[in-house]
Write a protein that binds this ligand. Structure first.
Ligand code: NCD
Length: 304
């Protein structure tokens, strides 16, 4: 039985196969509409979500399966003190596969150790978010035609942004990528990543606090929200929250084929005026997220 806890649980080959399957689903959705008939997906969300939970549910429904679950810790027995291991052992009696989001780093891994069914990490604290990364990789592959040979800028909260951590980890295994980390000094990429995946893979990277300076050289810009829920004090959040705001005027200096990404939700980081720019890819990312989750569900259920 396979789980998806960290993006490195998948090889690059498996990621390509998932992306190929997602491309095939996009080309002919009808052909997949019964693949998961009789199967159930449980979504256990101990932390808020719109896209991730609903895209998992939509993905399973589009494959002909059904869904059950909860969308907050308050409405589950976690509020009575139940451990995640007991929760998944229980839910494993009701469902064939579980997608789980939890505020504590490592909770999905602990759950997987006891789960009778595959566990998908749908985000654990500030740690990682492998299915957002699959959505990001599919988007990059569809927009750029390749995974490698580009300069990607990550901008905003690189300290707490789990989507950033997972995407850097995934891209570290592809060739010829330059990373530019754009953040205020308080929100730089964590040391454990610099000493780990970044050093181990000898990634080429630059760090700056200036989006304006970095923008002209980028092929991909990955904007992120400052992660309010991970701050210890509100004053710091308020001071840092509007560090970067992408406006149409700033984009004049950017490449004409720049791909602007954001895992969403956005707060102020990208002005709504950017949405009509053909370089804006964040709503395509949302759609791609559903299709790659369909492929992932099929893969983990042994149906791909
Ligand atoms: C992200 C997350 O939950 O980490 N959202 C998502 O799943 N698309 C990003 C965020 O909340 O900022």
């Amino acid at each position: 039985m396979r789980h998806l806890i960290d993006i490195t649980d998948l090889s690059n080959d498996e990621i390509s196969r998932l992306a190929d399957t997602a491309d095939r689903i996009i080309a002919d959705r009808q052909a997949f509409s019964n693949v998961c008939a009789g199967k159930k997906l449980a979504t256990l969300f101990f932390e808020p979500s719109t896209r991730t939970r609903l895209s998992f549910e939509a993905a399973m429904l589009e494959l002909g399966g059904s869904v059950l679950g909860f969308s907050s810790a308050d409405s589950s027995s976690a509020s009575k003190g139940e451990s995640v291991s007991d929760t998944v052992r229980t839910v494993g009696c009701y469902a064939d596969i579980i997608a789980m989001r939890h505020p504590k780093e490592g909770a999905p891994m602990a759950a997987a150790a006891k789960s009778p069914v595959p566990i998908i990490n749908a985000g654990d604290g500030g740690h990682c978010h492998p299915t957002q990364t699959l959505a990001d990789l599919l988007t990059i592959r569809r927009e750029k035609g390749r995974l490698g040979g580009f300069t990607i800028g990550f901008c905003g909260d690189l300290k707490f942004g789990r989507t950033v951590h997972s995407l850097i980890t995934a891209l570290a295994r592809y060739e010829d990528i330059r990373f530019v980390f754009i953040s205020p000094p308080e929100l730089v990429v964590p040391e454990y990543m610099k000493n780990g995946v970044i050093r181990r893979n000898r990634l080429t990277f630059a760090e700056t606090d200036s989006l304006e300076q970095a923008l002209p050289e980028l092929d991909i810009l990955y904007m992120t929200r400052v992660q309010r829920e991970r701050f210890f004090n509100e004053a710091d959040y308020i001071r840092l929250k509007d560090s970067y705001i992408l406006e149409p005027s700033k984009l004049r200096a950017a490449k004409s084929d720049l791909c602007i990404m954001h895992p969403l939700p956005r707060v102020n980081e990208i002005s709504a005026k950017v949405d009509d720019d053909p370089r804006a890819c964040y709503f395509k990312q949302v759609e791609n997220g559903k299709f790659i989750r369909e492929a992932l569900i099929m893969f983990l259920l042994g149906l791909m």
